[in-house]
Write a new protein. Structure first.
Length: 141
């Protein structure tokens, strides 16, 4: 099966290319991370900076009461994702005062804006090998 960029299951995902044709991939990734943190923090003020990981490949950059915003990269492709939190503090708080419904509602409300602000590519489909096909995102100018 083919490899593809990772992101949490059920996440809202915006895709971007990292490579500008030169060998500065790490620098391009750090610039993209700075842009994500700034854009998402201004657009969604409830987010606060957060340093963490989901597994080994999905880096959390921002967090609020309901969701994590993060980035995953693979071979010059970045997946910028928004997903319901999945940490023990979230689930413990959910036990006493349910948050899951509100989290899914909030994510559903902000998803179109999130994808428009942070995405340059959309996932067009996948081959049976698992390899993904992307197309340029449509802009509404």
């Amino acid at each position: 099966m083919g490899c593809s960029v990772s992101y949490p299951s059920g996440a809202v995902v915006a895709f971007r290319l990292l490579d500008d044709g030169d060998d500065s991939g790490a620098w391009a990734q750090e610039c993209l991370i700075d842009d994500i943190v700034e854009t998402a923090s201004v657009s969604f003020p409830s987010f606060e900076p957060f340093e963490g990981w989901r597994g080994r490949e999905d880096r959390i950059l921002l967090r609020n009461a309901f969701a994590d915003c993060g980035i995953s990269t693979y071979c010059g492709l970045a997946a910028i994702w928004l997903s319901e939190r999945d940490d023990s503090r979230y689930w413990e708080a959910d036990f006493y005062q349910p948050r899951t419904g509100r989290a899914r509602h909030w994510i559903g409300q902000v998803a179109p804006r999130f994808e428009k602000l942070l995405g340059e590519l959309t996932l067009a489909g996948r081959f049976s090998s698992g390899e993904a096909i992307f197309e340029q995102a449509r802009s509404c100018n």
